[in-house]
Design a protein around this ligand. Structure first.
Ligand code: IMP
Length: 539
């Protein structure tokens, strides 16, 4: 494989989630960050995140770019990001043992918006207000902060450099929030009442997550102003004109790595609106979130989990099992090695797998894939790999190659299913056009998946370090994905460690980057004419 497709030789490489998030982007970003001089974030806030293990110690990054773990790498938080400064400071502080000069390597755009505790409280209030129709946000204040940006009462990092004016506008912003959201309302739940009180008093100590009593915050506005005065002093040298910084670094010949937060189907325009995040998570946002032209980008890698997961609410065509485990699920014979693991996040004893046993596939993906929220312990919704969805995501993003993650989680399933096309419930004989993804949730609910069944593998693959070492059926699974998508697979992940991710070489992709399809595979049903207008919404 041409190493620019793996990102290793790219001048400007972008890594994006191709599904609903939690694809495991962190590992590839972590690997590639070892080889670049600048690592940047362009969207989202502390709603994203991954844990990195450096020199035996775990670091949870929500805001810091992954380049922080390479002492020779500069890191940039671009204008498209919304930053909760206390969270940022905590992450920098935690890195002190690894690099005493960590702060000096992080630069923040003067144009990046500041996410305040009030935004987090409002996120909680809005979610509670929606009751069963809530989005299921991370309650990190993302939506309210981007709303402030759009209605133009937001404050940016550049404002910290003019502190008197900043203080005046901060007080105004808080007073505005209190007026809008602070007073109790008729049908308020106890959680809402508590959040409104926290906002009225601007006591944010426990406001972010009233159930778990998240520490941090301040007891009143004066403390908040004082805290931000201190942040302004500490961060002043790091607040920069990021457009100049990135363009200067590019002209110096620096290699740039850009890491996306969240994922394509959570994009505010292209995702499953309204069950999406509040930023653009797809490739166009790299340009608007960093101030670089499209021609600057030379490699875009889409990260695709070997199956599909989703947190929060909204339709999910290949779903097998949900958070409450109330779906029927799909039964399959388990043929892999015997194993037993602790169920994380809930106390119902160990989860065991034995050869010959019938397993509920969705539940197995949850348990073996550790598909739980890291802070909440909530189960993620799990389902088969949906390539109709990934095809759409690839069209929007123009992926040069794909990184398949968590292939090992599928080990032991006698047969695997992959959704290769969508049909409409009422017109099952007609495939929806390749790459089309319904924009309306009612239409998405109407979708039925056309599945292809592939043979699974029984061998443990978690120690494989080369594509050649994978069992034949695991190779076939990977090959079939790239054939159906028409995009080369550049990396495959088979376990949690950095070493468990390997680049895929010419064995399956010709040196010119074209795909050497196996003669055993029929031609791709996904290649085909796409109707320019798409199907009618009533299909
Ligand atoms: P928000 O970004 O906190 O406003 O949440 C909006 C929706 O995006 C919710 O369904 C979240 O669960 C989802 N979401 C946001 N960030 C991520 C992520 O990094 N992984 C998975 N889901 C996410």
């Amino acid at each position: 494989m041409a190493s620019s497709a793996t990102g290793e030789d790219s001048k400007f490489c972008v890594i994006l989630g191709a599904q609903w998030g939690d694809e495991g982007k962190g590992k590839l970003v972590d690997i590639l960050a070892q080889k670049v001089q600048l690592c940047a974030r362009f969207n989202g806030g502390a709603n994203a995140g991954h844990t990195l293990v450096v020199e035996g110690k775990k670091y949870a990054f929500h805001l810091l770019p992954c380049g922080m773990i390479n002492k020779a790498c500069k890191n940039l938080i671009g204008n498209g990001v919304v930053v909760h400064i206390p969270t940022l400071m905590k992450e920098i502080q935690e890195l002190k043992d690894f690099d005493a000069r960590a702060l000096e390597r992080i630069f923040i755009s003067t144009r990046a918006h500041i996410l305040f505790d009030s935004h987090q409280i409002i996120d909680g209030i809005l979610e509670a207000e929606q009751g069963t129709n809530s989005i299921g946000t991370t309650k990190r204040g993302i939506g309210p902060c981007y709303s402030a940006k759009a209605i133009r009462n937001g404050l940016r990092f550049g404002d910290l450099l003019h502190f008197e004016e900043f203080e005046r506008r901060l007080r105004e912003l808080i007073a505005w929030s209190q007026k809008r959201f602070g007073d109790p309302r008729e049908r308020d739940t106890p959680a809402q009442l508590q959040l409104r009180k926290a906002l009225r008093e601007y006591n944010t100590k426990y406001a972010f997550d009233p159930e778990n009593g998240q520490k941090g915050g301040v007891e009143n506005i004066e403390e908040e102003v004082a805290r931000y005065r201190q942040f302004a002093q500490i961060l002043r040298p790091q607040i920069v004109d990021s457009v100049t910084l990135i363009h200067e670094d590019i002209s110096r010949g620096y290699k740039v790595l850009v890491e996306g937060a969240n994922a394509a189907l959570l994009d505010i325009d292209f995702g499953t609106y309204p069950f999406v995040t509040s930023s653009n998570t797809t490739v166009g946002s790299v340009c608007t979130g960093l101030g670089v032209p499209p021609k600057q980008i030379d490699t875009v890698i889409g990260v695709v989990k070997a199956y599909t997961t989703r947190v929060g609410h909204g339709p999910f065509p290949t779903e097998l099992q949900n958070e409450a485990q109330t779906l029927e699920d799909h039964l399959e014979t388990y043929v892999g090695p015997e194993q037993s693991m602790e169920r994380k996040g809930h106390a119902s004893g160990p989860y065991s797998l034995k050869p010959g046993q019938q397993v509920r596939v969705g539940e197995m993906l949850q348990e073996v894939g550790h598909e739980y929220g890291t802070t909440t312990g909530r189960r993620r919704r799990c389902g088969w790999l949906d390539l109709a969805l990934v095809k759409y995501s690839a069209m929007v993003n123009g992926f040069d190659s794909i990184n398949i993650t968590k292939l090992d989680v599928l080990t032991g399933l006698k047969q695997l299913r992959v959704a290769i096309a969508y049909r409409n419930k009422r017109m099952t004989e007609v495939r929806l056009p390749c790459g089309y993804f319904p924009s309306h949730l009612e239409d998405l609910k109407e979708v039925v998946c056309e599945y292809e069944t592939l043979e699974g593998w029984s061998e443990d693959i978690s120690t494989c370090s080369h594509f050649k070492e994978l069992p034949l059926n695991a190779k076939k699974y990977v090959l079939r994905i790239q054939e159906l998508l028409g995009i080369p697979v550049s990396w495959v992940g088979v376990g949690p460690d950095r070493e468990s991710m390997f680049p895929v070489d010419e064995a399956i992709v010709r040196p010119d980057g074209s795909i050497s399809a196996s003669p055993n595979f029929p031609s791709s049903p996904m290649r085909g004419a796409m109707s320019p207008r798409g199907p009618s919404p009533t299909m």
